[in-house]
Design a protein around this ligand. Sequence first.
Ligand SMILES: *[C@@H]1O[C@H](CO)[C@@H](O)[C@H](O)[C@H]1NC(C)=O
Ligand SMILES: *[C@@H]1O[C@H](CO)[C@@H](O)[C@H](O)[C@H]1NC(C)=O
Ligand SMILES: *[C@@H]1O[C@H](CO)[C@@H](O)[C@H](O)[C@H]1NC(C)=O
Ligand SMILES: *[C@@H]1O[C@H](CO)[C@@H](O)[C@H](O)[C@H]1NC(C)=O
Ligand SMILES: *[C@@H]1O[C@H](CO)[C@@H](O)[C@H](O)[C@H]1NC(C)=O
Length: 389
Amino acid sequence: MKFTGAALCAAAALLPSASATIYYAGVAESSGEFGVWSATSTPGTGLPGRFGVDYSFISTSGIDVMVDQNKANLFRVAFLLERMCPLSYGLGAKFNETHFDYYKQAIDYITKTKKAYAILDPHNYMRYNDPSSQPFSGSVIGNTTDPKAATTAQFGAVWGELAKRFADNEKVIFGLMNEPHDMPSSLLLANLQAAVDGIRKSGAKNLIIAPGNSWTGGHSWTQGGSEASSNWLYKIVDPLNNTAIDIHEYLDQDYSGGHLACTQPAATNLAAVTAWLEEHNLKAFITEFGGSNTTNCTTMLSDMLDYMANNDVYIGWTAWAAGPFWGTASPCCTDSAQFGSLEPGSKAANGGPSLYDTVWLPVIQPKVPKQLQWSGPATVSGGKVGKKC
Ligand SMILES: *[C@@H]1O[C@H](CO)[C@@H](O)[C@H](O)[C@H]1NC(C)=O
Ligand SMILES: *[C@@H]1O[C@H](CO)[C@@H](O)[C@H](O)[C@H]1NC(C)=O
Ligand SMILES: *[C@@H]1O[C@H](CO)[C@@H](O)[C@H](O)[C@H]1NC(C)=O
Ligand SMILES: *[C@@H]1O[C@H](CO)[C@@H](O)[C@H](O)[C@H]1NC(C)=O
Ligand SMILES: *[C@@H]1O[C@H](CO)[C@@H](O)[C@H](O)[C@H]1NC(C)=O
């Protein structure tokens, strides 16, 4: 019998998956949150901003390279709540439809044109109304003693509306919030639960990923006494049991991703959160991690990718970060040196190779599993894995 390429792909898709499986792997797309930072902390800077000038979501040619050549199947796409829900509307179900349309075009390109998976990423640190000094500015959502703060119910409403709009797209994953920090964990849980309730009330069955407190750091998941994420995050109730945990983990001295040197091994630092995930029968994505192009980072990044691949609680990851607006700036791990980003085709400021050339291609790319999920709904239990056709 003569096999066509399509037939071979179909056959590969029927292979059963191993017990520890990464179903979704790719890169964070960061640029949608750009253009609002103000050296003088002037509220409203860069709002609403000019699409394609101050901010953007993806470069379609970059996504093409990542999917067609690199066989990556997951993209986490950042946006700002202050652009989706302008301050004059307030946080909630009323969107700036022009802005939403630009965002949806990016999500549709990834999920429909390229048939990969996309994580919606409100890049807001559980704050809303002043992104001018992110990650610290803006009122904490649900802070009842701050009269300017959006409410927990408003946060539920924004997610109910997003869910309604993406419910018919099983390849869209709802990342509830980027890096909550410096807030009571009880309030974090209340906000996350309001979002889950809003999503399920809308009828959407999509996979949800929920972050912890303290920048959703994996290494500190069980630290902080009664405030530790480990004391709260298992309490989220999802009637469909289709919610996973969203973890960030950097390998430098203070886990910030700011430094060139990698000194924090993932296997050691993730051991406690891994045990917690097992204890509560939860799965996780690591949606931010990274390292520089130093020898130590090469080893430690590679070890981290192996660690995720070998522990069955981890089902997906996105490295930080690609995106069309980084230019020669670096998203992480360079002590502010301009070594470029993970965006295909980007360059360092000295004209040398970018982190795409020195970190993605040699270190991360070999760890993109040969078989990933290419069809069907994203779920906590994954779908059938196979080679990209
Ligand atoms: C909505 O977004 C468009 C496109 O960025 C912008 O021109 C417009 O001013 C925005 N409207 C509000 C109310 O922010
Ligand atoms: C809540 O708002 C009050 C009043 O503005 C402020 O003092 C407090 O720090 C805020 N809490 C958080 C977690 O931001
Ligand atoms: C969700 O999990 C709970 C606890 O294991 C179980 O009782 C319930 O039937 C599950 N619901 C669905 C929809 O799978
Ligand atoms: C690299 O790691 C070795 C030990 O594994 C350490 O001695 C050395 O200082 C590290 N280099 C940097 C630049 O961090
Ligand atoms: C990392 O990349 C930059 C930019 O291309 C280059 O200048 C630097 O020498 C590289 N560092 C190492 C350790 O290879």
